[in-house]
Design a protein around this ligand. Structure first.
Ligand code: BG6
Ligand code: MG
Length: 221
């Protein structure tokens, strides 16, 4: 039976992708090339440094390790400026009701994110002390699709992987959940996340109890 729900943060709990995009795009402009929303899709769920490498690839730019460090820091300064405007109103539609229902059903709740800015984001949206466990990019060493972040979260909840389900909006995150032995709920269409066990496009109107019974059906197969 599912006892724990593990949530990715960016793109699942809050829409920070637009701020990542804005900060990366400004950096691309400074470097003299265009960076599109389609390019930005490739950065979802990917670590900061790997994101920069993809961006530089798009612009056909090579940089030394030192230069890359400076560029990543510059992007992050701008990104932090942008996310400092977040408020609880930026929590994605339906998420809060879903979390509260899950809690009322006795489920343990965790955040598992690649972002080193997780503490700032959770503070800004008023959920700093809400979750039973928070595992973020400051603590893990292997990026998704490695399952480290999810396995650590399950461990922190005191649960085994098969007692947990994962909510993810990134292809790499769905793969990470599966590699960790967990059911993956894809937050996005089947087109975008074909490997997810169940796809949802919004939390709005989604009943945790109904979703968990769908999960049970999959587990029984
Ligand atoms: C992930 C985002 O959650 O965190 C990625 O989906 C981002 O787009 C990554 O690159 C790292 O974030 P940060 O905040 O540590 O730069
Ligand atoms: Mg995400």
């Amino acid at each position: 039976m599912t006892s724990g729900c593990i949530f990715d943060l960016d793109g699942v709990i809050v829409d920070t992708a637009r701020f990542h995009f804005q900060a990366w795009r400004e950096l691309a402009h400074k470097l003299g090339f265009e960076f599109t929303e389609k390019d930005n899709e490739r950065l979802k769920g990917v670590s900061r440094m790997r994101s920069l490498e993809i961006l530089l690839e798009v612009g056909g730019i090579t940089a030394t390790e030192e230069e890359k460090q400076a560029l990543a820091e510059r992007k992050n300064r701008r990104y932090r400026e942008l996310i400092s405007t977040l408020t609880p109103a930026d929590i994605l539609p339906g998420v809060m009701d879903f979390l509260l229902e899950a809690r009322s059903l006795g489920k343990r709740l965790a955040i598992a994110s690649a972002s080193k800015n997780t503490p700032l984001i959770l503070e800004r949206i008023g959920l700093k002390d809400f979750f039973d466990a928070v595992v973020d990019g400051n603590r893990i060493t292997k990026a998704k699709p490695d399952p480290e972040v999810f396995l650590t979260a399950a461990g922190d909840l005191g649960l085994s992987p098969d007692q947990c389900i994962v909510f993810e909006d990134a292809v790499a995150g769905v793969e990470a959940a599966h590699r960790g032995g967990m059911i993956a709920i894809g937050v996005g269409s089947k087109d975008r996340l074909p490997e997810a066990d169940i796809n949802i496009t919004t939390f709005l109107g989604l009943k945790c109890e109904d979703l968990l019974s769908q999960v049970e059906t999959i587990l029984k197969k």
